[in-house]
Design a protein around this ligand. Structure first.
Ligand SMILES: O=C[C@H](O)COP(=O)(O)O
Length: 252
């Protein structure tokens, strides 16, 4: 039985005051039978936001990390640095990192491996561009991202990874994949995982949907049994919206 997960990705938004105010508002309202909840805030806020979350059910996440333990990597952050701040989850290979910062599947693979070694849960992002979907290339693109980002990751390690399927054309655009598109594509990812890691292990891997998730579409998206939660950008910055996403109603 996979535990649903709702992860908020603040991206490069908020400051100490607005961030603390936001987590105070949401942490009171999360717990009990809710899904697991993670807040991935910018690096400079991890310490303070982590303190605010210390008595809550919400876990702390980061948005990136480097694959080496230390060294001459100006501007980078190591897994050990994240651990010192209480980070439990880290987003890896977000499409903004792939597109704007030229991260490759090989770099992403190194980061996933390092996160696993350090027992930080990697949220590995994959997804196709609009022209790739229109050109019916979605499955080829996802296969390539999965094969290369998960290279040399064994079955036991794979069960600890969270995969976030984020069609790039749906990120921050207000254009959500239809529940059928999300379900079909996540079903395809589950099938790929089954081929690679076997049925029982692939059933343990959580797969999230990301891309313009809002309170009014989360229930439909969560209808598919293969969808285990959401990676939420814009709506994670608004307390009421994020809480309503966490408290989504099963519409089956
Ligand atoms: O990490 C989150 C995704 O990029 C989705 O962002 P969004 O909900 O603003 O579309």
């Amino acid at each position: 039985m996979r535990i649903p997960l709702i992860a908020g990705n603040w991206k490069m938004n908020m400051n100490h005051e607005s961030g603390k105010d936001l987590v105070k508002k949401i942490s009171d309202k999360v717990g009990g039978s809710d899904p697991e909840v993670v807040v991935c805030c910018p690096f400079p806020m991890l310490l303070e936001i982590g303190k605010c979350l210390s008595d809550s059910a919400i876990m702390l996440g980061a948005q990136n990390m480097h694959w080496e333990n230390s060294g001459a990597f100006t501007g980078e952050i190591s897994a050990d640095m994240l651990l010192e701040l209480g980070v439990k989850y880290v987003i890896i290979g977000h499409s903004e990192r792939r597109q704007i910062f030229s991260e490759t599947n090989h770099m992403i693979n190194l980061k996933v491996k390092k996160a696993l070694e350090k027992q930080i849960v990697p949220i590995l992002c994959i997804g196709e561009l609009l022209n790739e979907r229109e050109g019916k290339q979605t499955e080829r693109v996802l296969t390539d991202q999965l094969e290369n980002s998960l290279a040399n990751i064994n079955t036991q390690e794979a069960t600890k990874i969270v995969i976030a399927y984020e069609p790039v054309w749906a990120i921050g655009t207000g254009k959500t994949a239809t529940p059928e598109q999300a379900a079909d594509t996540i079903g395809f990812i589950r099938g790929w995982l089954k081929e690679k890691y076997g049925e029982s292990s692939s059933e343990k891997i959580r797969i999230l949907y990301g891309g313009s998730v809002k309170p009014d579409n989360i229930s439909e998206i969560m209808k598919s049994p293969d969808v285990d939660g959401a990676l939420v950008g814009g709506a994670s910055l608004i307390d009421e919206d994020f809480i309503n996403i966490v408290h989504f109603k099963h519409s089956n």
